[in-house]
Design a protein. Sequence first.
Length: 97
Amino acid sequence: MNAVETKNNTILSGRMIRVTWSRRDPFLRRSGVGNVFVKNLNESIDNVQLQELLKGFGNILSCKVVSFEDGVSRGFGFVYYDSEDCANAAIKNLNGC
């Protein structure tokens, strides 16, 4: 097991932490390749649940449900896959669900 698998979305000093793989190639980060925008999420969906829902389409580098300052979900999030193919598979299979 690695730190991403064991420590991502755990509580540290009373706060949820995110541990993800770093993308060192600035072109890939800026290009948005592999990044999926997910909207119309129920406010009960958190980072862990979103990642569980979408991990079947490929290796997820990061997953984030955007929330208000009080922690309530804003109803959307981002999932960053390690490849464009994985992102496209997620979009193809879940678009309109």
